[in-house]
Write a protein that binds this ligand. Structure first.
Ligand code: NAD
Ligand code: UGA
Length: 464
């Protein structure tokens, strides 16, 4: 099928590359010319395991193109994905201006023939109908321009435009985005148009039959497709992220109680997680959730609820617990080192989770800000930030090139991101580089306490 993906960030680029890999012809559009240039040269602007290789092979096969020309994308595709960012406004609601610009742009370029317009971006409930309205505004504007230009077929060209809107929320995780796209737990399709739903099912058929999934998943039943109305599909996305974020806040609350009563949250998480009604995933206590989605999506759902007269106390508490989690880590440092002014703190990891270069709403940013405020010097080593030099506007932190250099002269280390590499560091060497205090606060309960203590550290976990 002929597909256009507009917005080539973590979701758009991965979606475009994976759809081209399963045999569709995909044009990826971005209005950032620098990015388009980079992608045309075969380089991915983001770090995502396996993405570059797949992208290059799809480009070679002729199934994948990049462009900044939206009209070309619209003209040459039957299915148009909107995959631009929807960041949070200061009020907590979702900023939909990029979606609006794309929807209007699509409308301005629609000609004869049927298209499916897909909301892949996470958008507030009701956005399906809103996008339809904006697209029609775009069609109207084009029509006005054509009439003003006085062309003979001025009024008929745009009227030929026929389209439906589908909500197809994305559930991939950064760091495993390619795997998640080929091995989804489900595909959600919201629309009132059977024609549009049929085309979407045809598009995803190779994924549903697990033709491109991992070997270990090949014998699983087909990927379930959940078809709903537009509003319910949009709500599914917010509810899924809010549930996962709340689950993490729940285990963090349990961890804080464990700290007080002398229980171990890692054992508790295992003990409750083996109950199939609870499940073992997303029960890792620590510094709390960050990233480009949980914080903004939970805030957006709280905001929507407020707009409709409902005070979402549970979600507000999940946010508060998450904020407090950063403060708890600082308290642990203060307890160990007393005054933080004049102390040197080394952060192991900066990105919001491992295997990504994404720093949006990373817990490390809160820590750096608070440690600076308290007068500590902050250094950091992160496998991707240190290597790529991507600073993401980081200030108040000295970036070191390896863990040993990081430890040099530190009073305490804090493990912020659970990069797998951090399991294999020679901690004995690190301890020797440090000041006498040799504290390590494990913000992800990731390290082996006994091994850390054997290496000479005083180990402090979160409820562990
Ligand atoms: P991103 O910020 O990484 O990428 C957005 C891209 O859109 C950028 O490359 C930007 O240049 C481009 N863009 C903006 N305006 C444009 C325009 N008018 N025309 C063409 N391109 C334009 O965003 P992301 O992280 O990929 O997220 C995209 C959406 O998907 C968001 O709504 C997000 O909530 C949702 N989502 C993200 C993830 C994730 O893991 N990042 C997962 C699921 C859902
Ligand atoms: C999350 C969801 O998992 C995806 O399904 C969704 O598509 C995506 O948001 C989105 O909408 O953007 P992502 O943010 O990439 O994916 O990463 P997660 O693995 O969910 O981790 C989010 C945050 O929670 C990270 O800061 C991570 O460290 C933290 N976390 C995760 C915990 O503190 N404990 C856990 O047990 C799991």
């Amino acid at each position: 099928m002929r597909v256009c993906v507009i917005g080539t960030g973590y979701v758009g680029l991965v979606t475009g590359v994976c759809l081209s890999h399963i045999g569709h012809h995909v044009i990826c559009i971005d209005n950032n010319e620098e990015k388009v240039k980079l992608m045309k040269s075969g380089q991915s602007p983001i770090y995502e395991p396996g993405l570059s290789e797949l992208m290059q092979s799809s480009m070679k096969s002729g199934n994948l193109e990049f462009s900044s020309d939206l009209e070309r994308g619209v003209d040459n595709s039957d299915i148009l994905f909107i995959a631009v960012g929807t960041p949070a406004l200061p009020t907590g609601e979702s900023d939909t201006r990029y979606v609006e610009a794309v929807a209007r742009g699509i409308g301005e370029h629609l000609k004869d023939g049927y298209k499916v317009i897909v909301n892949k971006s996470t958008v507030p409930i009701g956005s399906g109908d809103w996008v339809r309205m904006i697209v029609l505004d775009g069609v109207g504007e084009r029509q006005k321009t054509l009439v003003a230009a006085g062309g003979p077929d001025a009024s008929t060209q745009a009227i030929g435009a026929e389209f439906d809107v589908v909500s197809n929320p994305e559930f991939l995780r950064e760091g495993s985005a390619v795997y998640d796209t080929f091995n989804p737990d489900r595909i959600v399709l919201g629309s009132n148009s059977q024609k549009a739903l049929d085309m979407m099912q045809e598009l995803y058929a190779p994924l549903v039959t697990r033709t491109f999934g991992e070997e270990e998943n090949k014998n699983l039943p087909p990927v379930p497709i959940v078809t709903t109305d537009l509003n319910s599909a949009e709500m599914i996305k917010y509810a899924a992220n809010s549930f996962l974020a709340t689950k993490i806040s729940f285990i963090n609350e349990v961890a804080n109680i464990c700290d007080r009563v002398g229980a171990d949250v890692v054992q508790v998480a295992k003990g409750i997680g083996l109950d199939s009604r609870i499940g073992t995933k997303f029960l890792q206590a620590g510094l709390g959730w960050g990233g480009s989605c949980f914080p903004k999506d939970v805030s957006a759902l709280i905001h929507t609820a407020d707009d409709y007269g409902y005070n979402s106390e549970l979600l507000k508490s999940a946010v508060e617990v998450n904020k407090r989690q950063r403060a708890i880590l600082l308290e642990k440092l203060q307890k160990e080192l007393k005054i933080l002014k004049g102390k040197v703190i080394g952060l192991l990891g900066l990105t919001f989770k491992p295997d990504t270069d994404d720093m949006r709403d990373a817990p490390s940013l809160d820590l750096i800000e608070q440690l600076n405020r308290l007068g500590a010097k902050v250094k950091a080593y992160d496998p991707i930030v240190s290597q790529t030099g991507i600073s993401h506007g980081l200030s108040g932190v000295i970036i070191e090139t390896d863990a040993e250099r990081l430890a040099d002269g530190c009073d305490a280390l804090v493990l912020v991101t659970d990069w797998q590499q951090f399991a294999n560091i020679d901690y004995e060497k690190l301890a020797k580089q440090m000041h006498s205090s040799r504290v390590i606060v494990d913000g992800r309960n990731f390290l082996d306490r006994k091994a850390a203590e054997k290496a000479g550290f005083r180990y402090v976990g979160i409820g562990h």
